[in-house]
Design a binder for this molecule. Structure first.
Ligand code: COA
Length: 185
């Protein structure tokens, strides 16, 4: 694999770019403080923008690492930072990335996350040279599975009682795209 790091990606409605520490207040207000957004995630909602700022300070310090992929989703129309899409696990030995994403409730239902995921998949295959990109969701959170399907990922199966998030132990549903799938599309 290559290690191009988190470079800016443009889509029709979004600029996917590196986070800045100054994004803290918008990240806190738009999604990180909302228990509905974090319902099926592994981290608790942030209780202060100061906490968000500390997290962003850590994330920003990691951008020097070309194997670190973590994009802020900036809405072109308003310049607002509305969500996050990132590689949550990288397995270099099989050239695989596992994705995670979340976005503010006010922006749900417009196909914005599938738009971001499609662009990030292209980047991870073409720029980073990966062979497999996977993502999983709680079986009780099927709308995340819709995002994966709309981005062209294929359903693999359910890892029964194989996941854990803020709701406790859950069935984890896996989707993936592998390099050879892209020739078929
Ligand atoms: C899951 C999530 C990323 C979806 O992003 P999105 O940009 O809204 O995705 P889409 O617009 O393509 O909608 C996907 C599905 O969500 C559902 N949906 C659409 N609008 C919705 C709304 N306003 N409220 C709730 N669900 C909605 C629909 O089932 C839709 O599928 P459909 O297009 O087949 O009808 C977003 O809801 C989110 O950030 N949720 C919280 C964090 C999370 O669960 N992350 C994934 C962890 S695995």
């Amino acid at each position: 694999m290559n290690k191009p790091g988190t470079q800016t990606i443009e889509t029709k409605r979004l600029t996917l770019r590196q986070f800045r520490v100054e994004d803290a207040q918008e990240m806190f207000d738009n999604w990180a403080s909302d228990p509905e957004v974090t319902k099926f995630l592994t981290w608790p909602p942030h209780t202060s923008a100061e906490l968000t700022k500390m997290l962003l300070t850590d994330w920003v310090s990691r951008y020097e690492d070309g194997g670190y992929f973590n994009w802020a989703m900036e809405l072109k129309e308003s310049g607002q930072v509305i969500g996050n899409i990132s590689v949550v696990r990288l397995r270099e030995e099989i050239e695989e990335a596992e994705m995670g994403y979340c976005m503010g409730k006010a922006f749900w239902g417009q196909g914005l996350m599938p738009e971001a995921l499609k662009a990030v998949l292209d980047y991870l295959f073409d720029a980073a040279g990966l062979n497999r990109v996977a993502a999983c969701h709680d079986a009780n959170n099927p709308k995340s599975g819709r995002v994966m399907e709309k981005a062209g990922m294929k359903l693999e199966g359910t890892w029964r009682a194989g996941g854990k998030n803020n709701q406790g132990v859950c069935d984890a549903v896996y989707h993936s795209m592998i390099r050879s799938d892209r020739r078929e599309q």
